[in-house]
Design a binder for this molecule. Structure first.
Ligand code: AMP
Length: 299
């Protein structure tokens, strides 16, 4: 397994593979890997075969964090990640630096109120202008701009044929698919299932923050999903407002849990549904203590 940090080296390598007719499978991550990430690696390998190459990027992308979010304390453990990648049969781990990805002066906050040019060596962003306005986009207004920008950059550096994203971040996957279609990236997007802990909590690097009883309380997201599913199964259609009220009550029975949002929507367009029936997508975000967790599932 090769570790590449330099972006020109990565792009050159990818160009060579493409010239040689090798298929490139790509899994972008922020590291602190868990079995959920590794299931995406497996899916990428399946897609490109044993003669293809699988690239995993490990990059905590500053532009997708808001000014008050956990960028600096986001968990990092490159040594452990490299071992997990090696064991999973990854060919190249790409670990670009902030200095190369966003040369001096890019603003993490993305202050678009400035009326004049400011000294910055990075000032081009990719903005999906519709699907990113709801749910995560409400609480985290510059988040998806950071995601689409970094994913576009990574696609230009890794030149993948196939890229694998997790269902865990449903809205993100839908937005990336839209970006790829709208901007004609020659990349096939695969969306792979969410891996969960035994008690249903979706695996996430941020679960590390859940100390003591918070870890138990965090299972309330999965319990909310199950409650929603059971209610829909029993009643066939349920008004979204009624279901949301039931779930908010359930969630906030946990002493440290606070609902940010729960939404029911059409899976591909993200359009809200007034009546929830089988096939509807549900997504929720919950603060458990100071940690913000998200999950989603189909009804
Ligand atoms: P992250 O490192 O959190 O940015 O995630 C990198 C990729 O892994 C994203 O496409 C996520 O949706 C995906 N992912 C994160 N958690 C899981 C999980 N529990 N199961 C499957 N995929 C996941």
């Amino acid at each position: 397994m090769r570790v590449v940090s330099n972006i020109a080296t990565m792009q050159r390598l990818a160009g060579k593979w493409r010239c040689a007719g090798m298929r490139i499978g790509f899994v972008p991550t922020m590291g602190y890997l868990h079995p959920g990430h590794l299931s995406l690696v497996k899916r990428a390998r399946q897609a490109v075969g044993k003669n293809g190459v699988v690239v995993v990027s490990i990059y905590v992308n500053p532009t997708q964090f808001g000014p008050k979010e956990d960028f600096s304390k986001y968990p990092r453990d490159l040594k452990r990640d490299l071992k997990l990648c090696r064991d999973a049969g990854v060919d190249v781990v790409f670990t670009p630096s902030d200095q190369e990805m966003y040369p001096a002066g890019s603003s993490r906050r993305g202050d678009r109120t400035a009326q004049r040019a400011v000294p910055a060596k990075f000032s081009t962003y990719v903005i999906e202008d519709n699907l990113g306005r709801v749910m995560e986009g409400v609480t985290r207004p510059t988040h998806f701009r950071g995601v689409t920008t970094v994913v576009a950059k990574l696609f230009n550096l890794v030149l993948p044929d196939v890229a694998v994203f997790g269902r865990k971040d449903w809205q993100q996957a839908i937005i990336v698919k839209r970006m790829v279609t709208d901007l004609n990236f020659p990349v096939k997007i695969i969306v792979a299932p969410t891996l969960r802990e035994r008690d249903g909590l979706a695996m996430s690097s941020r679960n590390k923050y859940l100390a003591g009883d918070l870890r138990r309380q965090a299972t309330v997201l999965w319990r909310a999903i199950q409650t929603a599913r059971a209610t829909v199964k029993k009643s066939k259609t349920v008004p979204a407002s009624k279901l949301k009220a039931i779930l908010k009550k359930l969630i906030e029975r946990e002493p440290d849990a606070k609902l940010d949002y729960v939404e029911f929507f059409e899976p591909e367009t993200l359009l809200p549904m007034a009546k929830v029936a089988r096939g509807a997508q549900m997504a929720l975000a919950v603060f458990v203590g100071k940690t913000r967790l998200i999950d989603n599932a189909q009804m």
